[in-house]
Design a protein around this ligand. Structure first.
Ligand code: SAH
Length: 348
């Protein structure tokens, strides 16, 4: 059955005559779905009983229910494990910053990309999320916490560019002024480097922030840790990034997880700086989070500082990302891993 939450306003409008309704009823329905954000047709009290009945019999509203909720005692970061209607589970994390609440949403159940430091793909790929299932992470968390979420980062489980049709639809729905009306400037989308997706997003010319998970200064290191690099090597990726910034005028944010002895020497920093020279960009340094199944160790604070300093000496803007929710395994894929059948759940 079709998911109503995934349909655009004009698609809902086009549906109305088929359901024997006037087109303006689409505004009421869109309002229930995206402003009041109800998941139950019975609650849509200004729709006729007949219409509610037809909707119930022919459509679904993709929603998620809270299977588990962890709140960090350090910083109130909240991590959700949501169950989808087919029983699959996904993760989202809500963080509080000075400027408001940010949610990190998942775009797929599992991931195909196989980055060696990441927990998201360990259990493999299951399926793409529908636009409505991405939206519903935002709606469910904001309802549960009684807050308005002002920023969305697509940095949860999954590769957004591997599910780009649904992700673009999600972006257009969440920024619809008749609905949740989030500002596109408050959205970040992160990719491990799916080059055709970067060009496609470029053509959309959106005001969002594009993040690239770079994590290496050269192909040798990058192909070892990120299999996607064997398909689209760094020169192709960085060429796409330059085209993106030139076309959109938007600065790109490069994510760089520092792993002791792998990619964190000052030589690596210099090489990285030389590859990024002249680009409208910013580097976000993240001491790698240890993942139980991997033996990567995070770089020491002194190493992180030295790496950052070296980049800045080469005129590359770099900041170190603050870690939130470390007591609740708030990083990618960690909760879902803990929930799987037969796995040890005691750490959560
Ligand atoms: N697939 C997309 C979206 C995931 S974003 C992407 O790769 O960009 C999640 C971010 O966290 C990515 O930058 C990813 O590389 C990073 N990440 C994954 N595992 C990590 C770990 N163990 N420590 C630090 N960062 C990690």
């Amino acid at each position: 059955m079709t998911d109503l939450l995934s349909l655009s306003f004009s698609e809902l409008e086009a549906l109305m005559p088929e359901l024997g309704e006037k087109r303006f009823v689409a505004s009421q329905l869109f309002g229930w779905l995206h402003r009041q954000r109800v998941c139950d047709f019975e609650a849509m009290t200004n729709l006729s009983r007949l219409l509610r009945e037809k909707l119930k019999n022919n459509y679904v509203i993709s929603g998620c229910t809270i299977a588990k909720k962890l709140v960090s005692v350090y910083d109130n970061t909240v991590k959700y494990l949501f169950s989808l209607q087919d029983g699959e589970q996904i993760e989202s994390v809500v963080m509080k910053y000075k400027y408001g609440y940010t949610i990190c949403v998942s775009s797929q159940v599992g991931c195909k990309m196989g980055c060696t430091f990441c927990a998201s793909g360990i259990a493999g790929f299951v399926r793409n999320l529908l636009p409505g299932e991405i939206l519903s992470q935002v709606y469910t968390a904001s309802r549960d916490l009684g807050i308005r979420i002002s920023h969305v980062v697509m940095m949860g489980v999954g590769e957004p560019m591997d599910n780009l049709d649904n992700v673009l639809r999600f972006l257009s729905l969440i920024t619809d002024e008749k609905g949740y009306n989030l500002s596109m400037r408050n959205i970040s989308l992160s990719t491990c480097g799916v080059v055709p997706g970067i060009y496609r997003l470029m053509e959309e010319n959106l005001q969002l922030t594009l993040s690239i998970s770079l994590h290496a200064p050269n192909d040798e290191i990058r192909s070892r840790t990120m299999p996607v690099n064997r398909r689209w090597p760094m020169h192709e990726l960085l060429q796409a990034c330059r085209a993106y910034t030139e076309h959109t005028g938007r600065r790109i944010s490069f994510e760089y997880a520092l792993i002791a002895g792998v990619n964190d020497s000052d030589r690596d920093a210099k090489e990285l700086a030389s590859r990024l020279r002249g680009m409208l960009c910013h580097v976000n340094l993240i001491p790698v989070n240890s993942v139980k199944e991997r033996d990567y160790v995070r770089s020491s604070p002194a190493r992180v500082q030295s790496f950052q300093h070296t980049l800045e000496l080469c005129h590359i803007n770099a900041t170190v990302r603050r870690t939130l929710g470390s007591d609740i395994n708030a990083s990618c894929g960690q909760l879902r891993r803990g929930e799987g059948p037969g796995t040890d759940n005691s750490q959560s």
